[in-house]
Design a protein around this ligand. Structure first.
Ligand code: CAA
Length: 257
């Protein structure tokens, strides 16, 4: 039973996690972190989930880490509890994660969206890292992931001034893969998830792993990793089936496992 998120299954092989703290604009507290990472890990282990959509409300994907929860803490408490380290669990989820963002995606909200593999934005979405206005800096990976996503110039601009950017600017900068009218956001995100979920699960998780390698390795090491896992896919049923289906001009029937 979760209190700060809801989970449903809007389409075959698709799970959706919705942040649900409307009064706090989905501010991310410890409970949200625990519930969301536990649910995502469970869904990751489930054979009939091929993609996960993570979303918030029309008004806010998430307005950041919970400032009221953090405000009284001391350095030694933050250090002892390794505050925010629990969110790393989300980056160990192998199933493709799709963030569907409407409204505010600020601070930890922007950082949570950036932990996902694909980021779809409603035209109402606003992204930013306003931590500097609170006398701190991003703490859930924003200084690293935002800079990798949009480059130093814009990342510095956002992180040092605390300004927000609209969906079109975020798309131009490469943070967001698609911008859609707010009314279509969830339909579009679920359709993308369903499409990914219909693919070979082993190919999709391997593709995600290969793309993410870019952030952890040199080009030569990354290309070598890609080639090795490409070769490995020839040991799978889904490779045999996918290529046979092409030759026989029929739809592939993947095993998803
Ligand atoms: N933490 C806790 N509560 C929050 C919150 C947050 N990050 N963001 C909003 N809320 C609460 C407000 O306190 C308010 O609660 P009350 O009604 O009890 O006062 C409620 O949500 C509604 O918010 P507003 O009345 O402020 O709504 P608004 O429409 O006027 O403004 C907003 C919306 C511009 C998003 C504004 O709420 C805001 O600036 N929020 C804070 C954004 C922020 O600084 N985020 C970074 C947090 S630090 C962080 O995330 C660290 C990190 O790197 C992980």
């Amino acid at each position: 039973m979760t209190e700060t998120i809801t989970v449903d299954r809007p389409a075959p092989r698709v799970a959706r996690i919705t942040l649900n703290r409307p009064k706090a604009l989905n501010a991310l507290n410890l409970q949200t972190m625990r519930e969301l990472t536990a649910v995502a890990a469970d869904l990751d282990r489930s054979d009939d989930v091929g993609a996960i959509v993570l979303t918030g409300s029309d008004r806010a994907f998430a307005a950041g880490a919970d400032i009221k929860e953090m405000a009284p803490r001391t350095y030694s408490e933050m250090h002892a509890e390794d505050w925010f380290a629990g969110w790393d669990a989300l980056t160990r989820v192998r199933t493709p994660l799709i963030a569907a963002v409407a409204g505010h995606a600020l601070g930890g909200g922007c950082e949570l969206a950036m932990m996902c593999d694909l980021l779809l934005a409603a035209d109402t979405a606003r992204f930013g890292q306003p931590e500097i206005t609170l006398g701190v800096i991003p703490g859930m990976g924003g200084s690293q992931r935002l800079t990798r996503a949009i480059g130093k110039a814009k990342a510095m601009d956002l992180i040092l001034t605390g300004r927000t950017m609209k969906a079109e600017e975020a798309e131009r900068a490469g943070l967001v893969s698609r911008v859609v009218p707010a009314a279509d956001l969830l339909t579009e995100a679920v359709a993308v998830a369903e499409k990914i979920g219909s693919m070979s699960f082993i190919a999709a998780t391997t593709a995600k792993e290969a793309v993410n390698r870019v952030f952890e390795s040199t080009l030569a090491e990354g290309v070598l990793f890609e080639r090795r896992v490409f070769h490995a896919l020839f040991a799978t049923h889904d490779q045999k089936e996918g290529m046979a289906a092409f030759v026989e001009k029929r739809t592939a029937e993947f095993r998803h496992a």
